[in-house]
Design a protein around this ligand. Sequence first.
Ligand code: PLP
Length: 392
Amino acid sequence: MTAVALQMEPGPTLVDDRVIQALAAPPMYHQSADFADALDETCALLKQLYGTTDEVVVLPTSGRGAVESALASVDPIDRPLIVPTNGTFGRMMATVGQSLGMQVVELKHDSGARFALSDIKAELERHDRPILGIVHNETSTGMVNDLAEYVDLVHRRDGLMLVDAVSSLGGTAIDFDDLGVDLCASAAQKSVGAPPGVAFVAVSERALGEIGGRTRPPVGYYLDLLRWWDQWVPREKGGKLKSGYRRLPWTMPTNLVVALRRALELTAEEGVKERWERHRRSGAGLRAAMATLGMHPVAPSGTESNTVGAFRLPGVASPTLRRRLAQRHRVYIAGGLDGDASTVIRIAHMAESARPGPLLHTIAAIAYELNDLGIQAAADPTQEFLKVWHAE
Ligand code: PLP
């Protein structure tokens, strides 16, 4: 690992050296046949990660760009967008919808609270063609929201289900086809294990039908997904390309795509399910270690994320601990995001940070600093991590 500091914030996360090495090549001409091959391979690997045979579009943007692209592409004007929120990124999705002229209904929950299923279902019943937007892994609270409960009802209302899987894809089980999700946005820099700068949207046949059937001009130009089908997808694969001359709708950051392909190849070698399991064990081990220091997850029991841990601190301010970790250990973790920046810490266990090496280093540094501040561990936290890592 080439990291000079231990970057344990929840994305951009630690990246395998082989991915970094893949960056060091001359940029490619984005409309060349060689780059088309690289992008096709990347998309095929992304489909495996999403668990889909539908199209996955790669975009030169970040996670929120992918969320915006998904919403902008389905004729958003006056369309109901129902967003249950229990953290920063749910609220961000609601804001994106508002900025696109959607009729946004935000179902507000406390930060880190479970969604009230019956309220969401009742709200869905009130709308025609609603889009239900759910953040799968709320990175601000380290909490996973259920997806499976709503899909049938959304489809019965002739609606679409949009999932923000920005921090879960690659580190948490998600099966796009099996779940019946319609639009799923994610990005390279978190559990996928690649550098930031590219993001993706998986698009179901149902969503594509709506995007292709739009009767109004698109809202925005740059992130309109239809241009992918108009210019990039060959006719035999459902696109509109007549001449067979594929042209990407934008200049792609070709080095980032090549690095992403390398990260996805490494994921395929590891095995997607094995990778989910590694993330799950990392999260469980970290929680066991933090418990010895009196730190408990913000997420309710049973909803804890496999890719990011958010913990309440025992009587120490988060900026104090973070400053000590940075200055004395070069270990970088994040503070709380959801109005609790000073009482919560967030630690990534995504991609290369979901391994005993970086996690044990982080746990040991936290235990050392808390001890210095007068908080003693009830048991050796590194041993507790290892017990879980090896047992589960
Ligand atoms: N959604 C979730 C769940 C996130 O964790 C993030 C970033 O942390 C975003 C959306 C926004 O992604 P980006 O910062 O790449 O635009």
